[in-house]
Design a protein around this ligand. Structure first.
Ligand SMILES: NC(=O)c1ccc[n+]([C@@H]2O[C@H](COP(=O)([O-])OP(=O)(O)OC[C@H]3O[C@@H](n4cnc5c(N)ncnc54)[C@H](OP(=O)(O)O)[C@@H]3O)[C@@H](O)[C@H]2O)c1
Length: 352
């Protein structure tokens, strides 16, 4: 129950350690305590949470994981296969039309160097603008690097059904599809989940905890009292507003609390299980920004939600609309508030 094995035998924990939270500028309530995060990484590894989700555009995060790996190597007690490193290849929107094979190689080699690895277990490909030609060709460059052994698996993130299908039909072997999926964002349920199930491309889901809002400390809170602590929370406040709304969210927290109490676990663990028990879901990515939650992680696998509990939760969220469009469509829509909070030129502009 704690791990997921893909059809080629590659195995990951069903909860990945998310590292967007470590990127420069992500924390809005003061600097992160990097020693405490390193402590979290050691503890997570010891508990079997050995997979890390990162991206070339999470400024400083690949380097931080790389420094952890360097320490492990120096300890003499480390094999590369001990950790599963998932990163992303996210060419800047302003550079899309210029992306070529050499550029793609340079970004992957940069990730390898930053991460202190000789190979990357998974590279998740992202393409900001479907109107810009080159998406399939760029994915094929990743496949070449896979054939050379620099990448073990090519995956995608934030693709909609039709564009994932275009890659698959072009012969790109896609291992997994990373998408936002939670009580508040169920756009995958419209088409993508079915396509992924039928094509053996399991979902790796983020947003499971809505940036941390699915936790006891938000029970009974009024909207006006909440100040976002991370960029992630800025985003999920928008998502909550456009899905369940504040009252629906508070009602959900109450339901989750009752179910959590019955199992002797926390709200976050019920929220994670709800996603892990959905069809075609391989794993959830949960952001790590301190060691506070590590001790609890095991509890995700200490219980299962019954059909009645799943139905209770589903009935509650079914009363509200699903966000419009396909996964990541609002985020791609020019002029939308979802797009306006995104940084689309981090690789070259912001990191150089
Ligand atoms: N592909 C993409 O475009 C994309 C987009 C977003 C995210 N991601 C990936 O997904 C990861 C998760 O990001 P997210 O924005 O979706 O955030 P999330 O995982 O929904 O929420 C993370 C926050 O939840 C809190 N938390 C963690 N464990 C907890 C627990 N056991 N109980 C209660 N609270 C807990 C932590 O905040 P506190 O410690 O402050 O409580 C943490 O910062 C990212 O790091 C990244 O790897 C990918």
């Amino acid at each position: 129950m704690k791990t997921y094995t893909f059809s080629d035998g590659y195995t990951i924990p069903r909860v990945l350690n998310g590292c967007w939270q470590l990127s420069l500028g992500h924390s809005l309530n003061g600097p992160l305590d990097h020693e405490d995060i390193l402590k979290a990484f050691y503890e997570l590894k010891d508990k079997g949470f050995t997979a890390f989700d990162c991206a070339d555009i999470y400024t400083g995060a690949e380097e931080f994981i790389g420094s952890f790996i360097k320490e492990l190597k120096q300890s003499g007690n480390y094999e590369e296969s001990d950790l599963q490193i998932h990163t992303k290849y996210v060419p800047d929107i302003s550079y899309l039309s210029k992306v070529d094979e050499a550029f793609t190689r340079s970004i992957i080699e940069r990730s390898l160097e930053r991460l202190n690895r000789s190979y990357l277990d998974v590279v998740q490909f992202h393409w900001w603008d479907y109107e810009t030609e080159g998406m399939v060709r760029t994915a094929s460059y990743l496949q070449k690097l896979q054939e050379e052994g620099l990448i073990r698996h090519v995956s995608v993130t934030n693709f909609d059904t039709d564009h994932l299908r275009i890659l698959v039909d072009a012969g790109i072997r896609i291992t997994s599809c990373q998408a936002q999926y939670s009580f508040f964002d169920r756009r995958v349920e419209k088409r993508l989940q079915k396509y992924c199930k039928e094509n053996d491309i399991p979902l790796i889901c983020y947003g499971t905890l809505a940036g941390g809002f699915l936790a006891e400390r938000y029970l009974g809170k009024k909207e006006a009292e909440v100040i976002p602590e991370t960029r992630s929370q800025v985003k999920y406040l928008q998502v909550i507003e456009d899905s369940l709304g504040w009252d629906g969210y508070q009602g959900l927290l109450e339901l989750l609390k009752q179910i959590a109490d019955n199992h002797g676990v926390a709200i976050s663990q019920v929220a994670t299980r709800f996603i892990l028990q959905q069809e075609a879901v391989a794993a959830a990515v949960i952001g790590v920004r301190n060691s506070r939650h590590v001790a609890d992680n095991d509890k995700i696998f200490s219980f299962e939600l019954s059909e009645a509990e799943m139905n209770t939760l589903r009935n509650h969220i079914d009363r509200s609309p699903i966000l419009p469009g396909e996964p990541f469509e609002l985020e791609r829509t020019i002029g939308s508030k979802y797009r306006s909070i995104m940084h689309m030129n981090i690789n070259e502009d912001e990191q150089s």
